[in-house]
Design a protein around this ligand. Structure first.
Ligand code: MSP
Length: 532
């Protein structure tokens, strides 16, 4: 049961602003948005955070190459690309954090002062490989031998490029002190890291023994200065991870608005991350929090990659597809639906236009869109747009009512487990079931004989009340189309706003009152001519 005083707090990774977003970035934000909209629809208090990671060598080099200062670079990209993409994918985030904001900088400095006061920071020499693409100090076992032009060098397995050798006097975080605590925590709560493959990977990494890790950089200037050593900036990951705490008011006065927000949100219920940044989130991040006396996140969920030609989609490999390219053609609802239904969350998936167009046509345009337009058109044509009363439900209608209750409970269970694909499929199967009912009952045949008026009323009522429930269940996934459907069903006037309908009662049959004014509107999912 959700804790009433605790907001359900979900975060996405914060994205590097070395370049513009591609659909791999939009993927986690979409998942977080659907998850949090689902919890809102359950009536829970929710906080959904996303944002951008603006410091570090990678961003600095991109700015240098662009001939501007890092601050100018990030200001432009955030305004022109990263903020607009949230509108494009229809994200309803509660906050957006930038790591160059004063609220973040001050609180990060305060956090590390606390960790140092607690005895977990010391100065030492760092010597070893660093991947700028990952912004990560690598361990020997993390690297591959280069081939071709990189023959004789060690390369990062994610970026396929040589690592750089660093030799710096740094401040270190005593990560080694947390091996046992982390193991105990994860042994007691295996669901704290999901999916299971991610859990196993983290456990075997911790069992090898954790070594202390550099938490500052002396050769980098684009970062947050260490409060006790002006010559160093905080290592970009140990600045970035803290966004999840600084954005909700870590370090603020307890009775200030920010302090109250922190009390309400902490700890995060789900930190959503890509599988490539799992170690940072499931090992370093909880250890940092423990070192500061804060509770670690309740769950870290590692999703898979969107692949192109079997490899991770990436701007640096020029395989990035922008969300606009897809959404201009299919719309944001179809984008959200497709990526969460087609790919099992936690596994990799490939994107193809053909696949998306086929699913759009079959499941959205011909499936749900057609059901809605047939229903509203028939109520218009046969009943002057007034939802008829339904007397004498038969077994066919009872069967629909049972299918609805089952779809609602399967979807709720699956969405709660971040199994978006199963959740969406449960609703899609119900749509198909109702379309099957329409075909079986043939209301257009019933309408030919006035003696069938009562039966016609039952059939049209059943279709419309099913659509009422579908609008609620799909609202977190496809908010634009569902708000239009809600309007067309006339539900707003009689049941109130769509956002106020609750998942707990959506499966109860016959909620739409007879007499409701139904109006056929624009098609929910226009047919596509062909893919661009
Ligand atoms: N800035 C760090 C995260 C800091 S969080 C405290 C970072 N940024 S990133 O821009 O490189 O990646 C952000 C997220 O996008 C990661 O979770 C990464 O997995 C995800 N993706 C980047 N390319 C992706 C795909 N091709 N597919 C799916 N997600 C991918 O790492």
């Amino acid at each position: 049961m959700p804790d009433a005083a605790k907001a359900f707090y979900v975060t996405t990774p914060i994205y590097y602003v070395n370049d513009a977003p591609h659909i791999g970035h939009a993927y986690a934000t979409t998942a977080g948005d659907v998850l949090t909209r689902w919890h809102r629809q359950r009536g829970e208090q929710v906080w959904f955070l996303t944002g951008v990671d603006e410091h570090g060598t990678k961003v600095q080099r991109a700015a240098d190459a662009g001939g501007v200062t890092p601050q100018q670079w990030v200001d432009r990209l955030v305004a022109d690309a990263w903020l607009p993409v949230l509108g494009t994918i229809d994200a309803a985030n509660d906050d957006f954090i930038r790591t160059t904001e004063p609220r973040h900088i001050e609180r990060v400095q305060r956090f590390w002062e606390t960790v140092r006061d607690n005895g977990y920071v010391y100065s030492a020499m760092y010597e070893g490989p660093y991947c700028v693409g990952c912004e990560e100090f690598k361990l020997a076992g993390d690297l591959l031998d280069g081939t071709g032009e990189y023959q004789g060098q060690q390369v990062c397995p994610i970026h396929g490029r040589p690592v750089e050798q660093l030799e710096e006097e740094n401040w270190f975080f005593r990560l080694s002190a947390f091996s046992d605590l982390l193991l105990e925590r994860y042994e007691a709560d295996p669901d704290a890291i999901q999916p299971r493959s991610a859990y196993n990977e983290v456990m075997s990494f911790i069992r090898q023994g954790l070594v202390d890790i550099s938490m500052s950089r002396s050769s980098v200037s684009w970062g947050i200065p260490l409060p006790w050593d002006d010559d160093q900036v905080i290592y970009v990951w140990f600045d970035a991870l803290l966004n999840y705490a600084t954005a909700v008011g870590y370090g603020a006065e307890p009775d200030s608005a920010d302090g109250r927000r922190f009390a309400e949100c902490w700890p995060p219920d789900v930190n959503l991350v890509g599988k490539d940044i799992l170690r940072f989130h499931a090992v370093y991040w909880p250890a940092m929090l423990m070192a500061a006396g804060l509770e670690p996140p309740r769950k870290v969920f590692a999703h898979g990659w969107l692949l192109v030609g079997g490899e991770k989609m990436s701007k640096s490999k020029l395989t990035g597809i922008s969300p606009e390219q897809i959404i201009d053609h299919f719309g944001s609802d179809a984008f959200r639906y497709h990526f969460l239904r087609a790919i099992q969350f936690g596994q990799d998936g490939s994107f193809s236009w053909e696949d998306m167009a086929a699913r759009y046509t079959a499941e959205l345009a011909n499936g749900l869109g057609n059901l809605a337009s047939r229903a509203t058109a028939m109520v218009g044509r046969y009943c002057d747009g007034v939802l008829p009363a339904a007397h004498d439900f038969t077994e066919a209608e009872h069967e629909i009512a049972r299918a609805l209750a089952e779809a609602a409970s399967t979807a709720d269970r699956a969405m709660g487990e971040l199994d978006f694909s199963t959740g969406i499929t449960a609703v899609k199967d119900f749509v198909e079931r109702v379309n099957g009912y329409v075909t079986e009952q043939e209301p257009w045949v019933l309408a030919k004989d006035p003696a069938n008026a009562d039966r016609l009323g039952v059939v049209l009522y059943t279709i419309c009340d099913s659509l009422r429930a579908i609008a609620v269940l799909y609202n977190p996934v496809m908010p634009k189309a569902m708000s239009s459907l809600w309007e067309q069903l006339g539900a707003q006037a009689v049941l109130g706003p769509l956002a106020e309908q609750r998942i707990a009662t959506v499966g109860e049959w016959a909620q739409l009152p007879p007499g409701t004014l139904v109006v056929k509107g624009e098609g929910l999912f226009p047919r596509l001519d062909d893919a661009p």
